[in-house]
Design a protein around this ligand. Structure first.
Ligand SMILES: [Zn+2]
Length: 277
């Protein structure tokens, strides 16, 4: 059954996956007794409020962006206010234009179109939905403003595109996402991964922004090892690749079993060699 153009799938009694167009991200609706929380707004390919009303009729909704990419915040204008990290403000502003270049993101007629307000969130902010508490964890990596949302009761860490699972058909699972080509170094990514690892007794799986594939902790460990090897110069990456979607910047691809990192030589360390102590 579709609501507002979205396929709804129950993950737990309090968590519903909202799935629209293949290119857009997976959205998640977390349901408390008093409020709903929407994780990301996709590309705005459907009527998000209609889908939300099917999940929690009459409940107020807090809307979050895990980061500012167009496939995660293209539906922001359907809401008066969006919670996101300050580091994502500029990305989110660009997303409105950027999403027009994405396939399938045709504007839908008759939807609300707010000049939405940015509400900044920071490390440690906690949102009580009524019997369900969600905590913000700052995790720069995929972009500088990336956040994870920890659902304390269901023990799920919604990690946006920080770590993404891909369904590989028969042998299923998952490799873990590239990032880089951005301004965020492997060093910073490593710290963010370490941060969620330090809190691993509070969550059981990661749920990322694409393919809705729950990732066990072993992927996180493996990705951390790979970052460590890149930092120590021990990594043996594949040939450089030139992903057209990133402006053909030369990237290295490091693959190991079910994990993969795409990175750029210029952004391994936070500071250039000569600036390091
Ligand atoms: Zn992204």
């Amino acid at each position: 059954m579709k609501y507002g153009g979205y396929q709804l799938k129950e993950i737990t009694p309090d968590i519903t996956l909202l799935y629209g167009f293949p290119e857009e991200c997976c959205m998640y609706v977390l349901k408390g007794k008093e409020k709903l929380l929407l994780v990301d707004t996709g590309m705005g390919t459907g009527n998000l409020n209609e889908a939300l009303a099917a999940i929690g009729p009459g409940l107020p909704v807090l809307v979050f962006n895990t980061h500012g990419h167009a496939d995660h915040c293209g539906g922001n204008s359907q809401f008066p206010a969006i919670y996101l990290h300050e580091g994502s403000f500029a990305d989110a502003d660009r997303a409105e234009e950027e999403k027009k270049t994405l396939p399938g993101a045709e504007p839908v007629e008759g939807l609300p179109c707010y000049d939405w307000k940015k509400v900044p969130v920071r490390e440690g902010d906690v949102f009580d939905l009524g019997g369900k508490t969600i905590e913000v964890i700052e995790t720069p990596g995929h972009t500088p403003g990336c956040i994870c949302l920890l659902d304390r009761e269901d023990r799920i860490l919604f990690c946006g595109d920080l770590v993404v699972g891909k369904d590989h058909g028969e042998h299923m699972l998952a490799y873990v996402e590239w990032f880089s080509f951005s301004t965020v170094s492997i060093e910073t990514l490593h710290r963010s991964l370490q941060k969620i690892r330090d809190r691993e007794d509070e969550w059981d799986v990661l749920l990322g922004g694409h393919d809705a594939f729950p990732l066990e902790k072993k992927y996180l460990y493996q990705l951390m090892d790979m970052c460590g090897d890149i930092l120590s110069g021990k990594a043996e990456p594949f040939h450089p690749v030139l992903p057209a979607q990133y402006g053909n910047i030369t990237c290295w691809k490091l693959e190991r079993e079910d994990t993969c990192i795409l990175y750029h030589d210029e952004v391994i360390f936070d500071r250039k060699k000569e600036e390091r102590p």
